[in-house]
Design a protein around this ligand. Structure first.
Ligand SMILES: Cc1cc2nc3c(=O)[nH]c(=O)nc-3n(C[C@H](O)[C@H](O)[C@H](O)COP(=O)(O)O)c2cc1C
Length: 330
């Protein structure tokens, strides 16, 4: 069988899948460029949409781009390639975050890959209450395996540790909503009306937890006019903690691949998710988020899992807006 054609239609499909990934504040901080001679798709950071107050190191930016790379890999397999992904392949060009080589036909289908591909289009962040029905251990086991496949660890804390992590998140949330730089930045990513296709539409925001157990991010930063009335969230939230062994830019990208692999695997099982990143935005709180009873590691993000509505897509820049214009033609 011949290798699939890397034509304009395939490129459009690949990039559309990539941009469906989650990103901090829906900032979509990525650009793509095809090198037709080598069939390599390059993925670069686009720092014009960075979020410096929440993410001064660019760690969350790397996680976001890593999530897009996972989608690219899954979409490339769907189209019939055996993609070869390299992270930070060129030490002299640190903004080249990844390359995906597309010149080899897949010999065999990777089990489960098609379901992951379909899930790309159904995965959305859900910021409303979940039903409280527990996620079965077999499903949680699959999510742990999904993170492990990307060289990351997904921890499932017990009740006490979950409460401790949510306390740290609540403390971060208090700081985020009172810190002038953070709250101005967070508000600037909330979109109303005719806005560019990035940032978070008001319709995708959720209420706060009436009981105060689940510190959901307040993107409107206590702007009363846009607040929904608080409601009760699930009493026993299932939180999963994504951890990497080290804390280099390469680890952050790996965390992004792992995050999206976990989220897609959850979507396959009808499990919804939202992300709680607030505590990881303050160095002291991030340090505290490490579980002192477990082996060392760096917490990258908290994932809240459960059952609820599927949700709706949020806007994305079109594929041709994030493809390098000069080299777009194939
Ligand atoms: C690194 C990172 C951090 C995020 N942090 C939060 C968060 O703290 N709270 C939240 O509600 N969503 C968070 N998100 C989710 C994004 O807001 C979401 O992916 C984006 O708005 C696009 O929406 P979608 O996930 O429904 O496609 C985060 C996403 C990433 C990749």
């Amino acid at each position: 069988m011949p290798t699939p054609a890397l034509d304009a239609a395939a490129l459009e499909k690949l990039v559309s899948a990539a941009v469906a990934a989650p990103s901090i504040h829906n900032s979509q901080p990525w650009r793509f460029r095809l090198q037709p001679a080598t069939s390599v798709l390059e993925v670069r950071a686009d720092r014009s949409r960075a979020v410096p107050a929440a993410d001064p190191q660019g760690r969350a930016l790397h996680i976001s781009v890593g999530a897009a790379v996972l989608n690219l890999r899954v979409a490339a397999r769907h189209l019939g390639w055996a993609p070869e992904v390299r992270l930070l392949p060129d030490p002299v060009e640190p903004e080249l975050f990844a390359t995906v080589r597309l010149d080899t036909r897949a010999a065999v289908a990777v089990p489960g890959s098609e379901k992951l591909y379909e899930a790309i289009w159904r995965r959305h962040s859900i910021r409303t209450p979940f039903t409280g029905e527990p996620v079965p251990p077999t499903v949680l086991g699959e999510l742990v395996a999904a993170a492990r496949a990307e060289d990351a660890t997904l921890d499932l804390p017990d009740h006490g540790e979950t409460a401790r992590l949510l306390d740290l998140t609540a403390e971060a949330e208090r700081r985020n909503t009172t810190d002038p730089a953070q709250r101005t930045e967070s508000r600037s990513w909330v979109r109303t009306g005719d806005a560019p296709p990035y940032g978070i539409p008001v319709a995708a925001l959720g209420p706060q937890d009436l009981a105060g157990h689940l510190p959901m991010r307040d993107f409107t930063a206590i702007h009363a006019a846009e607040h929904q009335a608080p409601v009760l969230f699930e009493r026993e939230p299932r939180i999963a903690v994504l951890i990497t062994e080290h804390d280099t830019p390469q680890d952050w990208l790996r965390a992004g691949l792992a995050l999206e692999h976990v989220l897609l695997a959850a979507t396959v099982h009808g499990v919804r998710a939202s992300l709680l990143h607030q505590a990881l935005e303050w160095p002291y709180l991030r340090w505290e988020a490490r579980d002192p009873h477990r082996r060392p590691g760096y917490v990258q993000i908290l994932i809240r899992l459960g059952y609820g509505p599927e949700g709706a897509p949020t806007p994305r820049l079109a594929a041709d807006e994030v493809l390098d214009p000069e080299l777009r033609t194939v």
